[in-house]
Design a protein around this ligand. Structure first.
Ligand code: FES
Ligand code: FE2
Length: 370
């Protein structure tokens, strides 16, 4: 075997080994989709942690999540339809209720095979999102992030929520968000600039959350931070604060104030980012935003600024973050292993969230073995 092939084979084996390891927390709630999709669009198919499921809302308004596999010949039930509170398979018509039991066989004498039952998942709605409990243990509701500031009635100015499917592993998305020093380079002149590289990041862990708070004092304002604040090009103190909550939710608070000013004297955009692993190599990304203390402006100017902010956010993510993370992932795959060199001044939050995640994974593995 030529040496390069030999090296590639070894790398591939290592990669397979890494992939075979537990990779995501199972005893946790994950975001499946926005609640309103179950009102407007009926049955929904989603894959969470490599488990395809069908989601629906029954006639009493309760949400259900069930394995998306008819036990007869494995047709996805999401290709069927809702009949009352049940799901009818679109292939031969077996019907299942919200407990996963087959309740109707339209063929022959209508006998129901005892093995025709499916796994269901606890599901609930919080903050406009349908959450699914992926564990086998008792769900613990307090681990669902508090999204009240993004709901109707919030004192903040709400932005349009959205979501995307991405062909990158969920952990690379979290790394991207937990190290916001990249804004200076990757989002130059939009969310950061040469002067913001010099910012200082403080890290802390509290009640299981990992915080990174980055302050960039007295800098020329990148476009986004000028627009949300005074829109006059004058110097600002800028901050990028974020915290991670297990398994994969991040709350971002980015803002501007006058040099030497307090955050309350300035303004900020709060953004919730919720990542859901789909497979080992893909994830869903849900995001919502709210503006705190936006400066008072005329309606026309405000609309113009809001439109430009939306455009900049979209550009930063779709044209800068997403291609960079995809290219990073392609390089990781080619290389066959991922052992990043950590930079102490910016990477601590990445190290900390990964450490907590790995400890929780180890605890889950130990609990399963016990
Ligand atoms: S595959 Fe569903 S009823 Fe046949
Ligand atoms: Fe980014």
């Amino acid at each position: 075997m030529p040496r390069s092939d030999h090296v590639d084979a070894k790398r591939e084996a290592r990669m397979r080994e890494r992939m075979a390891m537990a990779y995501w927390l199972t005893e946790a709630w994950y975001c499946a989709l926005y609640s309103d999709l179950l009102v407007e669009e009926g049955l929904q198919a989603r894959t969470l942690l490599d488990q395809p499921m069908v989601l629906w809302r029954d006639t009493k308004g309760a949400v259900h999540a069930m394995e998306d596999r008819c036990p007869h010949r494995y047709a996805p039930l999401s290709l069927g339809k809702q009949v009352g509170d049940n799901i009818r398979c679109g292939y031969h018509g077996l019907e299942f209720d919200g407990s996963g039991m087959c309740v109707r066989n339209p063929h022959g004498g209508g006998q129901i095979p005892r093995s025709a039952a499916l796994r269901t998942y606890p599901a609930c709605e919080r903050g406009g999102i349908v959450w699914v409990w992926m564990g086998r243990g008792e769900p613990t509701f307090e681990t669902i992030p508090d999204l009240s500031i993004f709901e109707e009635g919030s004192p903040y100015q709400l932005g349009q929520p959205g979501w995307l499917s991405l062909d990158v592993p969920f952990d690379l998305m979290i790394d991207n968000l937990m190290d916001l020093s990249h804004a200076a380079l990757l989002h130059e002149n939009i969310l950061g600039n040469e002067q913001s590289i010099a910012g200082e990041t403080r890290f802390r862990e509290e009640n299981g959350l990992v915080y990174a708070q980055r302050l960039m004092p007295n800098i020329d304002p990148p476009e986004y931070f000028d627009l949300i604040y005074l829109n006059d090009g004058a110097k600002i103190d800028m901050w990028h604060d974020i915290h991670w909550q297990a398994p994969a939710s991040l709350l971002l608070d980015i803002g501007s104030t006058h040099p030497g000013g307090t955050k309350d004297e300035g303004t900020s955009v709060l953004a919730q980012h919720i990542i859901t692993p789909v497979t080992e190599t893909s994830c869903m990304y849900h995001f919502m935003s709210a503006r705190r203390n936006p400066p008072k402006r005329g309606e026309a100017e405000d609309a113009q600024i809001q439109a430009r902010l939306f455009e900049l956010r979209k550009m930063a993510f779709a044209e800068q973050d997403a291609p960079m993370i995809a290219a990073q992932y392609a390089t990781i795959k080619r290389h066959g292993s991922y052992r990043p060199v950590a930079l102490a001044s910016i990477d601590k939050a990445v190290v900390l969230w990964r450490r907590r995640h790995e400890a929780a994974l180890a605890a889950e593995t130990a609990a399963r073995a016990a």
